[in-house]
Unconditional design. Structure first.
Length: 103
C-alpha cells in the first residue's frame, strides 16, 4: 500500500510542477537571459540521458573500439544529421549496435 501512496505523491508533485508554469502564464515574466537559454534545455536533458549510456562500460569510460554502444551512437548521430528522420535514426542505430555486438 505504501507504494501506491508514493506513486500518488509523485503524480501530485509532477502535476503541481507542470501546472505552476501554466498557472503563472501572463502573471510572471521571466528574465530575458532565462528565456534566451530555454531552447537549450531539451538538448541538455537528452545529452545527460544518453551520454552515460554511450560512454560507460561497467562503470568506466571506454572510448575505444571495445565499446559498441559508442560506435552505434555515432552511426545514429550521423544518420540523424544527414536525413533528419527519427525512425531511420533509431533503426540504423539499433542495426549498428546489433552488428557491432555480434562481431
Amino acid at each position: 500500500m505504501n507504494l501506491w501512496w508514493l506513486m500518488l505523491a509523485c503524480g501530485v508533485i509532477t502535476f503541481g510542477i507542470r501546472y505552476s508554469f501554466i498557472a503563472a502564464e501572463g502573471h510572471y515574466q521571466p528574465p530575458t537571459w532565462f528565456r534566451r537559454l530555454l531552447p537549450f534545455v531539451p538538448i541538455a536533458a537528452l545529452t545527460a540521458l544518453t551520454a552515460p549510456e554511450l560512454l560507460l562500460v561497467h562503470g568506466e569510460i571506454v572510448l575505444g573500439g571495445s565499446n559498441p554502444r559508442l560506435w552505434a551512437g555515432l552511426v545514429a548521430i550521423i544518420v540523424a544529421a544527414l536525413w533528419r528522420n527519427t525512425l531511420l535514426t533509431i533503426g540504423c542505430g539499433f542495426l549498428a549496435l546489433f552488428l557491432l555486438q555480434r562481431s
